[in-house]
Design a protein around this ligand. Structure first.
Ligand code: F58
Length: 894
């Protein structure tokens, strides 16, 4: 189906035509350009599993719904009328969007039902991706394009007087996530659906997503993200799918013979109700599902209390229940906050496991030993780890299995992904809290820990006694709080490692680091448990749909759009890097994307920017380790340099527009200081007539998926400058690479593998790092440098900038705490080594400027970046999970 250019595109961002014939690569590995596997056993089976292949025949349509523009138009009007009582003569933008979405949801549901029916019939092994976060973003364009319905829908909307892209902007982001791990989960769902893999996501339907960030007087303010006010047309409420979830109470034990029966008598119960969000695959009929749980009271309303005049108490139970699924990551600095987080985690995991077991039992009765052949639960970080204890609880207490059988099954169905070594994300729950809210689970965890320690006693029996005991203590699941020995904690990461069959990091360096740091002892015991799965991102959302002009150009060059599902084919762009005509077209696309971002900057700040300037971008959560502060320091240095120049000298300056965006955790003061500093420095620079034509700095508020979709295609340069060894992987680096933005970064996370791919495409003589702007200390030197930081002699330019900030040059503030955290060794200790990396960072910035002056070379590199980005498609990552961890195989609706 070819779509004529410019249909319904006010912004000129066209969606490239999507091929409707159904070619799929035969083998998962070939689909992502990987060499055949050489592993034994069940994994080899995957090599002979085919994707659906129609041998060039047109794919069988499962949809019965007509999709010509006239029918879509009248369907949408009918939805407007019958679903919302709207007037078909006056369809507001909101109603047009909703009407369209309701109509599309029917297509999705039809496909999802066909997919589920097939899967029910064939009973394949499923993966269940358990995640506290799913950062989905908007759905309208993603759905239309995945379903290949752009043309009729754009035309139908035109008949209603609307432009599709403009209307799409009305949709609120589903921001049910905080950062990288949440967006990764969303990319994984897209890849799983596209690759026809049987799998569902399971999470929480937060009433308020990640907070909305407002910048007031330079400061981050958090306001609730009321994303559901207008309803959510993409979900289906499932009052028929409900499970009770219990908390608190006590245990009743009955001993019969050698058997101890434990009954948990909870004192609180809520109802988990499902909402299904269909996940369209690209160029396939298969449609996955994200099942999100809402917490509801068992008794909605206390009529007795109400009638006695105690009006508010009448809603107590409702309020308590609904609080569980109100907000993502409630502040856990208070005991109440901690309890709420634990309840959230248990709530969604318990509902999900009950749901899976209920479906399993329908087919297999109580043959639970078959469960590992039918299900794998991927734990996305430690948040769903309580699932390990819940599985034992369900199998032993509800299904009557003995402990050994239950534990054996449990350890075969869970797999664990670690996303960071930052201590704040490695959850440890006070035993006291756990015992209060989940007494049975606490007991189960203690039993697991006792058996685990007994296992270690034997396993490490060769070790000298004291050494052995120290190792066992280090690996304990329940251990004393290192800051307060009186308090016992449950270490969820340790539970996850012990209870899972696989543990993986998210980039090679990270997977290596976890084996030598946080999980060193565990790696010694179970070396084979540890794997690497370098992250990936969906090329559909992050290139095909958000940078449609570039996608069109790539398709024209490659003569096929197969690269959209087989990204290794992007390598075919390599010769085009040498073609001056092609480079011109490439630059023209970038320029257009920069105009789009320029318009966004105007909308958000009121300022016009020159789109011929270099767009220099850093977008990610604000965190000290990500070093946005270092970025600002170099902007200040640039400012100082320009100020000191004569007008003649200024003519040689490369003009830059620097953009920083991201949210700081609400209780993270230092990160909030950084946001304030960006704003204050930006205010000074952007209003300085001597400088503003050569340098700008903007902090764009409320960074989310939709904003990223506008920013990333427009970047000339992107910064990924974490202290080596701290960023597990990063995924925006991959998105920028795909979109041809050059990378300025440290040898950290996935930057390293990106550098390897960029070197590889340049040929055998290129070294890793060639073609990128790399700086900074090596990860292996970081521990030593941290110890020596006190003695480190800072650069005079560093000292000058520190003095400037402390003098109050920027805004009304002196940013003392922030400056001291990196500069005053009696206060902070510059843990992330900004001072050590400062000079080389400035040097590499000079290299960036020099390269920008050679636009031919810059654009050549940009093309090579895209050409070498194939590895970082989430299709590759997911095929590796499918083969090496989940053992699930594609099963496509014909
Ligand atoms: C991120 N982690 C990593 N955690 O920082 C990033 O390097 C990686 O690319 C990404 O995962 C995907 O693997 C991350 O997003 C969180 O957001 C935590 C949530 C719980 C509170 C602490 C942060």
């Amino acid at each position: 189906m070819m779509r004529p250019h410019n249909v319904g595109c006010s912004s000129g961002h066209q969606i490239p035509p999507l091929r409707s014939s159904g070619f799929r690569p035969r083998v998962v590995r070939r689909a992502v350009g990987l060499p055949p596997l050489a592993v034994a056993g069940w994994r080899r089976r995957l090599d002979v599993v085919s994707f659906r292949n129609n041998n060039g025949r047109k794919r069988a349509e499962t949809s019965k719904k007509p999709t010509d523009p006239e029918t879509v138009h009248s369907d949408v009007l009918a939805k407007v009328e019958f679903n919302s009582g709207g007037n078909r003569g006056q369809v507001t933008a909101l109603l047009a969007y909703q009407g369209l979405a309701w109509n599309l949801r029917e297509h999705l549901m039809e496909r999802m039902i066909a997919t589920q029916n097939l899967w029910r019939e064939k009973d394949p092994k499923f993966v269940y991706y358990l995640s506290a976060e799913f950062l989905m973003g908007r759905s309208l364009l993603n759905t239309i394009q995945n379903l290949e319905l752009y043309e009729p829908y754009a035309q139908a909307l035109k008949m209603l007087g609307y432009n599709l892209e403009t209307l799409a902007e009305k949709e609120r982001d589903a921001s049910l996530g905080n950062g990288g791990l949440g967006r990764l989960a969303a990319c994984f769902l897209d890849a799983m659906a596209t690759m026809n893999l049987p799998g569902w996501g399971y999470g929480i339907r937060y009433k308020y997503g990640m907070f909305k960030q407002i910048i007031k007087d330079g400061e981050q303010m958090e306001v609730p993200d009321v994303w559901l006010t207008d309803g959510n047309p993409w979900e289906v409420r499932r009052p028929d799918v409900v499970f009770p979830v219990s908390f608190g109470g006590k245990l009743k034990k009955t001993v019969t013979g050698s058997h101890e029966l434990v009954e948990w008598i909870p004192d609180e119960q809520v109802i988990a109700m499902a909402y299904d969000v269909p996940i369209p695959g690209f160029n396939t009929q298969n449609t996955g599902n994200l099942r999100l749980w809402e917490s509801l009271p068992v008794n909605e309303f206390d009529l007795d209390a109400f009638n006695k005049g105690d009006i508010l108490s009448a809603y107590n139970e409702k309020g308590r229940a609904e609080a569980i699924t109100s907000v993502l990551y409630p502040n856990d600095s208070t005991p109440e906050g901690k309890a709420l987080r634990l309840k959230q985690q248990y709530f969604f995991v318990s509902a999900s496991l009950q749901d899976v077991l209920a479906r399993f039992k329908k087919v297999h009765g109580n043959q639970f030993d078959l469960l590992p052949e039918k299900a794998c639960f991927q734990l996305n970080d430690t948040h769903p780890t309580i699932g390990i204890a819940e599985m034992v609880h369900l199998l032993v207490d509800k299904e009557g299995l003995d402990w050994e059988a239950a534990w054996g099954i449990t350890t075969k169905v869970f797999a664990f992904t670690n996303h960071t070594i930052m201590p704040e994300a490695l959850e440890k729950w006070p035993v006291k809290v756990m015992r209060e809210f989940l007494p049975r689970h606490m007991e189960i965890i203690e039993t697991i820990d006792t058996q685990w320690q007994a296992f270690l006693e034997e396993k490490l029996s060769e070790m000298p006694k004291a050494e052995k005991q120290a190792a066992i203590d280090r690996m304990a699941i329940v251990h004393p709080n290192q800051w307060n020995k009186e308090e016992m904690l449950v270490n969820m990461a340790h539970l996850a490692v012990v209870g899972s069959h696989t543990v993986n990091g998210v980039a090679q360096i990270h997977s290596d680091i976890i084996k030598s740091t946080i999980f060193k002892d565990f790696h010694g015991v179970f070396p084979l448990k540890f794997q690497n799965k370098t992250n990936g991102v969906t090329p559909r959302r992050w290139l095909v749909f958000s940078n449609t002009d570039l996608a069109t150009l790539i398709t024209e060059a490659l003569g096929t759009q197969e690269w959209m599902t087989n990204c290794k084919l992007l390598e075919g762009l390599k010769p085009f890097a040498e073609d001056a005509e092609f480079r011109k077209k490439w630059s023209a696309v970038k320029r257009k994307n920069k105009e789009r971002l320029g318009a966004k900057i105007r909308e958000l700040t009121g300022d016009d920017v020159d789109t011929s300037s270099m767009f220099d971008i850093q977008i990610k959560r604000i965190h000290e380790y990500k070093r946005q502060f270092l970025n600002v320091l170099s902007v200040i240095r640039r400012y100082n340099t320009i100020k000191a120049m004569t007008p003649e000298e200024r003519k040689s300056v490369v003009p830059r527009v620097c953009v920083i965006a991201g949210k700081a955790a609400s209780s993270y003061e230092r990160a909030k200081d950084i946001i304030r500093l960006v704003g204050a420095v930006g205010d000074t620079i952007n209003t300085d007539p001597e400088v503003r034509d050569l340098l700008r700095l903007y902090f764009l508020p409320d960074y989310n998926v939709s904003l990223a979709e506008v920013i990333i295609p427009a970047a000339d340069l992107s910064q990924h400058i974490s202290t080596a060894g701290t960023e597990a992987s990063g995924t925006s680096n991959m998105k920028f690479q795909m979109n041809g933005s050059l990378i300025l970064g440290t040898m950290d996370g996935a930057n390293i593998e990106i550098a390897e791919e960029i070197a590889a495409i340049q040929g055998p003589d290129a070294k890793v790092g060639d073609g990128l702007f790399i700086f900074g200390v090596d990860a292996k030197d970081v521990p030593k440098l941290r110890k020596e930081r006190k003695e480190f002699k800072t650069d005079p330019r560093w000292d000058e900038i520190m003095d400037m900030i402390k003098k109050g040059t920027f805004g009304n503030d002196k940013f003392e705490a922030l400056v001291d955290s990196v500069n005053d060794m009696t206060v902070g200790n510059d843990w992330f080594l900004l001072a050590n990396d400062f000079a080389t960072y400035l040097d590499v910035q000079d290299e960036v400027d020099a390269m920008w002056k050679n636009q031919d070379e810059w654009v050549r590199r940009s093309i090579l970046y895209t050409a070498s980005s194939g590895k970082f498609s989430s299709d590759r990552t997911i095929s590796q999970y499918a083969e090496e961890i989940w053992d699930v195989q594609p099963l496509a609706v014909a």
